[in-house]
Write a protein that binds this ligand. Structure first.
Ligand SMILES: Nc1ncnc2c1ncn2[C@@H]1O[C@H](COP(=O)(O)OP(=O)(O)OP(=O)(O)O)[C@@H](O)[C@H]1O
Length: 611
């Protein structure tokens, strides 16, 4: 399918309405011949022939024709506006769905500003084409043809003199269309870049301010802004060259008419009334010629926008539902990674990963930054596909599973927390909008968010900003955790979810999680050993490989990577033991309202205290 065929598929729905609109436009164009024609009769029969009694009748006909033209024109312009809005609505919806259906790779490659431009500026160019350009092109061509026919009827020699203009006009129009095309592509490119810059600066305004980079960003914006202005000027430079040509051609018509026509009237080859009639048709010839340049521009803008949108959405996502996809309401959470490797171009991100997680188990994943921990989970969720090996959930390769079913069974609290501009309740209930308020509260309690939410100005109804502005990092993480838990999924993925909360809160969250864990397979990605120590299985990832696995005690006994990290985080073990004894002594001798909640403090807390 070409870009134009794709566009036509939206227009098709309105074919009847467009045809009716064009029929009405035909009527208005045809009625345009009435007034000049009657003007000629008035000159020849009323003024020169003295037949005054027909004058009122002629005037009434002129008025009625004008009235019908005005009403009909109003009707069909509104009709085309409605069609354009309808086309735009369906197209915007389609493009939006396409965007949402795309995979992570699509969003890695496309800038947000570009995608925004497709949905705004490009859509507007299409709306303008449907609402205005279609009927104007039709009307111009029709008016021109009708006028030329009428002049032919009046006097074919005069008409032949005017026809000479036609091939020249067609040639100039084609030339303009061809030369403005790259200029409009350039404009769209600059518009997208400008959009991207504004979007990034608005989203990242805190970073800009924190680094006092306002001047730098303004300079960058000025460069883009100037680029956009220049692109518009370059395009204008091209099409402006053609405006005087069309203007000249339309004036040539006037000159030809009065020169040839006047000559014929003087030599009595044509009546004065006919010359008046023909000169009345002149605007019907001139206007289309003057409009030709503008219409060519608008058409080219429209073509560029359709091509841009189509090329953006005409990318098949590499991750999609397989044929005969297997869907399951609830998975047990049995997960097997078997010889899984993941490569991006030449870079091996994950290499020969093997592990088995039984339903209800908790798996801790630890490793240096950039070692591939999040990628493991991205593969499980099929945000990307493995390049080798396979991942099975409940014995079925994830590539054979229905994507919705797979992802609906996974509750993920991502490393990079994104909260919507909505109430806290709305954010937590995002995955289960039909849940009750009590369920929202329950999830918030497990995520240890309930208390701080109640302290917010409107509690659960507090509106939080686009990126959760107004909340601390730890608070955002806890809302994101509550959002993941509320789905009650069979698989929970917590990617660095408690990195920004204090140790005490983390302990509380872990205890709450432990109480609900039986029904869920849980993955906890963390840098702090404290977060994963209790896990049934801990995977130590280094440079894309699992270098160690086992539970906490087994890994310590191995005296490998995990052991080293443990000692980095907790210092000397014996010293910790002694320290813990002292700490417990101090704590027990304090009031019961010690800041460390009874029973939750462990070696790791102490380790961090002294660390
Ligand atoms: N789709 C991708 N395209 C290109 N590179 C990728 C892709 N996915 C992952 N990577 C790269 O793979 C490496 C591992 O990334 P990953 O996010 O899994 O690390 P991580 O262990 O979770 O790190 P951190 O602890 O900092 O979150 C990084 O170098 C990352 O840039």
């Amino acid at each position: 399918m070409t870009a134009m065929q794709w566009f036509y598929s939206f227009l098709k729905k309105y074919r009847n309405r467009i045809i009716i609109g064009l029929v009405v436009a035909t009527i208005t164009c045809t009625l345009a011949i009435v007034n000049p024609y009657i003007a000629g009769i008035i000159v020849d029969d009323v003024i020169r022939g003295g037949n005054r009694e027909i004058l009122p009748k002629l005037v009434v006909i002129m008025l009625v024709a004008t009235l019908i033209r005005t009403v009909a024109r109003y009707w069909f312009t509104i009709s085309f506006e409605k069609v354009s809005q309808g086309v735009l609505f369906s197209m915007r919806d389609y493009v939006y769905r396409k965007f949402l259906g795309q995979d992570f790779s699509f969003y890695n490659k496309n800038r947000t500003g570009d995608l925004m431009s497709r949905q705004t500026g490009d859509m507007e160019a299409i709306r303008h084409f449907v609402a205005w350009v279609i009927y104007n092109v039709y009307e111009s061509a029709l008016l021109f043809s009708i006028a030329l026919t009428m002049i032919f009827v009046a006097d074919f020699r005069l008409a032949l003199g005017m026809v000479v203009i036609l091939p020249i006009t067609a040639w100039v129009t084609m030339k303009q269309l061809k030369s403005v095309k790259p200029a409009f592509h350039n404009i769209r490119q600059h518009f997208s870049s400008l959009n991207t810059l504004v979007q990034e600066n608005v989203s990242g305004n805190r970073v800009v301010k924190a680094f006092a980079k306002e001047d730098y960003e303004i300079e960058k914006f000025d460069v883009e802004n100037d680029g956009y202005r220049q692109a518009e000027l370059d395009a204008a430079k091209i099409w402006r060259k053609y405006v005087p040509i069309f203007e000249f051609l339309s004036n040539v018509l006037t000159v030809v008419l009065y020169l040839v026509g006047g000559f014929m009237v003087i030599n009595n080859h044509m009546s004065m009334g006919k010359l008046v009639t023909v000169s009345g048709y002149l605007w019907m010839l001139n206007n289309p010629l003057r409009m030709a340049g503008w219409l060519a521009n608008d058409y080219q803008r429209f073509v560029t926008s359709v091509e841009k949108i189509y090329s953006t959405i005409n990318i098949e996502p590499s991750i999609k539902d397989p044929d005969n996809a297997i869907a399951k309401k609830r998975f047990n959470g049995d997960i097997v990674f078997s010889h899984v490797s993941y490569r991006v171009e030449e870079e091996e991100i994950l290499k020969d990963i093997n592990f088995h997680v039984k339903p209800g188990q908790t798996v801790g994943i630890i490793g240096a930054t950039g070692s591939g921990k999040s990628t493991l989970m991205n593969l499980l969720c099929r945000f990307y596909d493995v390049t080798e090996g396979e991942i099975k959930v409940d014995g079925v390769n994830v590539k054979k599973l229905d994507l919705f079913s797979l992802r609906d069974n996974i509750g993920m609290a991502m490393q990079d927390v994104f909260l919507f501009s909505d109430t806290i309740e709305g954010n937590i209930a995002y995955g289960r909008p039909d849940c009750s308020f009590e369920q929202v509260m329950e999830a918030a309690k497990v995520a240890n968010a309930h208390d701080f939410i109640l302290q917010m100005p409107d509690g659960y109804d507090t509106i939080i900003g686009e990126r959760g502005v107004g909340l601390s990092g730890g608070q955002k993480q806890r809302i994101s955790l509550a959002r993941a838990l509320l789905k009650n999924p069979s698989i929970i993925i917590l990617d660095d979810t408690t990195s920004a909360v204090d140790m005490e809160t983390e302990t509380l969250i872990q205890n709450e999680l432990n109480s609900i864990n039986a029904n869920h397979t849980v993955f906890i990605i963390a840098h702090r050993i404290s977060s994963i120590k209790e896990a049934d299985q801990i995977l130590v990832v280094d440079e894309g490989r699992i270098v160690e696995s086992g539970n906490h005690e087994e890994l310590l006994a191995k005296k490998g990577y995990y052991h080293t990290v443990f000692h980095h985080q907790y210092g000397d073990f014996d010293q910790i033991k002694t320290g813990l004894k002292e700490f417990n002594y101090i704590r027990n001798s304090k009031t019961e309202e010690t800041s460390y909640s009874g029973g939750h403090t462990s070696i790791r807390d102490w380790g961090n205290e002294i660390g």
